[in-house]
Every structure is written in C-alpha cells, then in structure tokens.
Design a protein around this ligand. Structure first.
Ligand SMILES: *[C@@H]1O[C@H](CO)[C@@H](O)[C@H](O)[C@H]1NC(C)=O
Length: 345
C-alpha cells in the first residue's frame, strides 16, 4: 500500500502532472424535456410549459419552461456538485455569458437523437444544440480568454439526456422511421448519432461526460392510459435494450478517446422501483399524474383552471402524463450523483 502511494507520487512528479483537482467547474446540458430548463420558451413550438401550474413549486412559483412542478434532475446535480441550484437555459436573454460560465443548458423539450423527432414539434434538433455549444464556446473565450475558457470546458461535466421522444413521439407513432428500420436497427441508428455527438464534443474539449439512459418509458402515465392502465412492456423492453447498447458505446469510447471520462447513467431501475412501489418512497401513486386527470394532460392541456389537478405534487411520481414531479427528479438526480457521477466528485 505505502509502496504504491510512493510509486504513484513518483510517477506524478516524473510526468509533472499539475495538481490534481477533480472538481467539476460547471454543468453543460444537452437533451430533451427531462433536462430543458426553458429553451423552448424562446422558439416557435407548441411544446411549452411556461405557464401555470408548471413551476408552481419552483422558487417563487415561477413557470420557467421546465416540464415539472419544480426543478429538473440537472438542477439537483448542479447543486450536488456545489454549483448553482439551477442551470440556466442558453436561449434566455435574461442571462449573460457570465451566468453561463458555471452552467448552461442547451436542451429542448420534444427533441431526440433523430432529426426527424425534432421536426415533429418544431423544436431544437441535436445538431443545433451542438451549434449553440460552439457559439457558447467562442463567447466564453471572448469573455475569459482562451486559456481560462479551455480550463472551464475541460473541467465541466457534460450531461446528455434524450431518446424517449425518438421512440414515443416518432418511431412508434409515425410511419417514416418504422418503415425504414426495425426497432433493433433504429436503436443502432440512434446510438450511432450519440457516438458522433460525443466524439464531436470531445474534440471541442469535453472530457467528463455522462450519457443518460432511457427510463421505463412504457410506464409513463400517457402510455398507460393508451394501454388500459398497464405499463407497455414492449416499450420498457426497448428502453432496456437501448440502455445496453448505450452502455456498450460508453465502454468503446472510453477506450477510443484518450483522456475521456465517459459514464453511463441509468435511470431505468431506480425509476422502475419507484413506480412499482411508490409508497416506500413516500408517494401515493405512480399510475396517474398530478396535473388534471393525470392520464393524458401535458403542455397546453395541463392548465391552471383544471379542477382535477392535485394539491400536493409530492404525493405523485409524475407531474404531468409524461414528466416526473420535482420530488422524483430529486431522487433520480441524487441516485446518479451517488452512483455513476460519483467519480467526478
Ligand atoms: C441531421 O441534420 C443535420 C443538418 O441538416 C445534418 O448535418 C445531419 O447529418 C443530420 N443527421 C443525420 C443523422 O441524418
């Protein structure tokens, strides 16, 4: 043991590795509504949530454009790393590059890996999130200077969270991709896009990256409503398959890209456990959501004047028919912080 430590110190001195400071300096987010902190407020889409009752448990009761009653998982993760309690959306003109230096969100509700998915509701495609990131990078360089900006971008934690919409908004409801691909091949197609995306952000300076897997998407209240109240086993199966492929991708890229620290964060089992036994996590139900009847409402259908909306969202696993409550988001985020993301602490 002692010998190993001495040997290690010796190696570090030999290589002149500067002081090792593993701390994450900022959180940079790409993805869909699971992590969008309000970018859709600033684009022309019908998929919005910048009105009541969205955000009613957020600080000040603001409807920020997050698809929940409060914060999303990436907000909790940022806080868990000692950073801000919320990650600001890049398109919001109320924030400046100074604010974005310690965290920025490029996510857009309704998007996916597949360009076709983002077109369904006219939201920001993944390639465009990447363009915004490039723009952000040059703004940051202008603000802090190249050297300091590079340091921040190297020490940032990049979180990628999407994929559910590719299946539930696109593949299983529209003819285009399901005609072209088998479910298996479509998964491979999406993982291929994730691969190019991760490789591109790596070449732009990203090193600490978390690729988030799919939730048990057959148990989202909307899908249950369409299936007589039961989880759709086929969708959950596809989610697990896709997660296996994503995990394999993470292993490959860790070998391929030198200096990268890529992890796979899997929300599937923890969320499935909550859905199976909501009471043991302090919830009352996971079958229906808080908003409205809890069976189909989300976006504009989830509105302030609905008399059915619950009074205490903490009793519900889901806030609207497609998105978890803040309480669930907190559990998912802390689970990730304790497991996959622990190496970055
Ligand atoms: C998605 O669209 C962008 C912009 O048109 C294009 O560069 C990219 O290759 C497309 N991605 C795929 C996987 O087709």
């Amino acid at each position: 043991m002692a010998f190993h430590s001495i040997a290690l110190i010796f190696v570090f001195q030999l290589l002149q590795i500067p002081e090792i400071d593993a701390k994450v300096s900022s959180i940079i987010v790409f993805g869909d509504s699971t992590v969008d902190s309000g970018n859709n407020n600033f684009i022309a889409t019908v998929l919005k949530s910048d009105f009541r009752p969205y955000g009613r448990d957020f600080d000040g009761g603001q409807s920020t454009g997050r698809f929940s009653n409060g914060r999303v998982p990436t907000d909790f993760i940022s806080e868990a790393f000692g950073l801000k309690p919320t990650v600001p959306p890049y398109l919001d003109p109320a924030y400046s590059i100074k604010d974005f230096a310690s965290g920025v969100c490029f996510a857009s509700a309704g998007t996916g890996y597949d360009n076709v998915t983002s077109r369904v509701l006219s939201v920001i495609p993944l390639w465009k999130e990447l363009e915004y990131f490039k723009e952000y990078k040059s703004r940051l360089e202008g603000y802090l200077g190249r050297k300091k900006a590079k340091k921040i971008l190297t020490k940032a934690l990049y979180i990628i969270s999407m994929g559910t919409n590719d299946f539930l908004e696109n593949y299983y409801v529209l003819p285009h991709r399901s005609f072209e691909f088998s479910p298996e091949d479509y998964q491979k197609f999406l993982v291929g896009i994730a691969r190019s995306f991760i490789t591109e952000i790596y070449h732009l300076g990203a090193r600490k990256i978390s690729l988030t897997g799919l939730p048990p998407m057959g148990c989202l209240p909307l899908e249950r409503t369409l299936n007589w109240g039961n989880c759709v086993a086929r969708y959950n199966y596809v989610a697990r398959e896709f997660n296996q492929k994503s995990k394999a991708l993470v292993e490959i890229l860790n070998d391929e890209l030198s200096g990268i620290q890529l992890v796979f964060s899997n929300p599937y089992y923890i969320l499935y456990k909550i859905i199976r036994d909501p009471q043991s996590f302090g919830f009352v139900t996971a079958a229906t959501a808080c908003c409205g009847t809890g069976r189909f409402e989300m976006g504009y259908l989830c509105n302030e004047h609905d008399p059915f909306t619950c009074t205490d969202a903490n009793q519900y696993v889901f806030w609207d028919s497609f998105h978890p409550t803040e309480k669930t988001n907190g559990i998912l985020a802390h689970h990730a912080a304790r497991t996959s993301l622990a190496i970055f602490k």
